[in-house]
Ligand binder design. Structure first.
Ligand code: 6GU
Length: 247
């Protein structure tokens, strides 16, 4: 997977993604990251990339040409036309299914806007996917692109080790992760659930599955409609939710 991020703040992208699991995958050559400075493609006297909006109003608009030239330079370099993700609060809200889908691409271009946005005409020509990371407004597309790159990368084969594997985790099957415990067995008077100390593997798995279902129902009931749970588990859940309500 080769990421190409078109941005006015290339250092932010490079510095933010060179550590931990993503940094390790880059060092191994499973991932690559190129931060392209849009300003390098502003071929005017002051390397200006923005101008006043036609029609007036507050702020500045990123001009079409430097963005387009930066995009063309990437396409030229890789001899292809990859998907171009424009980070905007107007986009589809990013989720785990989208992370899995983007992880199948060989190259991805992320286009980070700033100021009041980017001239609509270049967006029409190059953008294939408009994506938001949630219903709040950020100052630019850099943090959203880093969020997406992190989430996509861990779905790329070879990035996670077996132990880190993305199978039993939050959003697998639209269920949240079960609670985890480590030593000591008692901390601040709180004991580890006895089943986890029992050594009975099947009972541990059953308990974890139940906890996942219960947590999803309590914290993210919106996910439950899409969750893979059996009729028997649904019956178990409604019984236990009643018990929660009573206590
Ligand atoms: Cl993708 N961009 C900006 N600027 N703000 C956001 C966002 C993206 N997603 C949520 N808020």
């Amino acid at each position: 997977m080769n990421y190409h991020v078109l941005t006015l703040f290339p250092d932010m992208i490079q510095d933010g993604l060179n550590t931990s699991i993503i940094g390790r995958a880059m060092a191994k050559g499973i991932l690559s990251l190129e931060a392209v400075n849009i300003r390098d493609y502003a071929f005017n006297k002051h390397q200006k990339v923005d101008d006043y909006p036609y029609g007036g109003g507050a702020g500045m608009v990123m001009q079409a040409e430097p963005v387009y030239l930066a995009y063309e330079a990437v396409c030229q370099k890789i001899q292809g036309k990859p998907r171009v993700i424009y980070l905007t609060p107007q986009g589809r809200v990013f989720n785990q299914d989208m992370a899995r889908e983007f992880a199948m691409e060989e190259d991805l271009i992320f286009l980070c806007g700033h100021y009041e946005g980017i001239d609509e005409r270049v967006l029409e020509e190059i953008v294939t996917d408009q994506v938001s990371i949630g219903d709040y407004v950020l100052t630019g597309g850099e943090l959203p692109s880093m969020v997406m790159i992190d989430a996509i990368s861990r779905m790329v084969p070879g990035v996670l080790s077996n132990e880190e594997s993305g199978q039993t985790e939050s959003f697998a099957g639209n269920l949240l992760e079960y609670p985890q415990y480590s030593r000591p067995e008692e901390w601040h008077g709180k004991k580890v659930p006895p089943v986890l100390l029992s050594g009975h593997h099947a009972n541990v798995e059953k308990w974890r599955r139940e906890q996942s279902i219960l947590r999803t129902a309590m914290y993210r009931p919106d996910l439950l409609e899409e969750a893979d749970i059996s009729e028997k588990e649904k019956a178990w859940l409604s019984q236990n939710l009643k018990l929660e309500g009573d206590s």
